[in-house]
Design a protein around this ligand. Structure first.
Ligand code: FES
Length: 93
């Protein structure tokens, strides 16, 4: 994936997994695009601070660890390691 400007987000499909990659305040995060509660797309979620809020039932998750911060979701989002090499963004699956 080429460079990702601040504030942008993209969905990539890797080995059957839908991954949301986003640049929030200059830091690149890669998390599962699918909420662990009822399969909502996190790409439509609201990012505030270091969290993203599911657009359907409003569970919040930490961007860096995927930790769930409030119900109804109870399981963390999967997170992926991001490597930036020569302005290219790589996600390790
Ligand atoms: S689908 Fe995300 S909290 Fe319900």
């Amino acid at each position: 994936m080429s460079e990702l400007p601040e504030g942008e987000r993209v969905i990539v499909e890797v080995e059957g997994e839908s991954i949301l990659v986003l640049n929030h305040e200059g830091k690149i995060y890669a998390i599962s695009n699918i909420c662990t509660h009822e399969d909502a797309e996190m790409a439509s979620g609201i990012v505030i601070g270091d969290t993203i809020t599911c657009p359907v039932h409003l569970s919040r998750f930490r961007l860096d660890s995927g930790e769930v911060l409030n119900p109804p979701a109870t399981r963390p989002l999967k997170t992926y390691k991001v490597v930036i090499r020569e302005q290219e963004v790589f996600v390790e699956v």
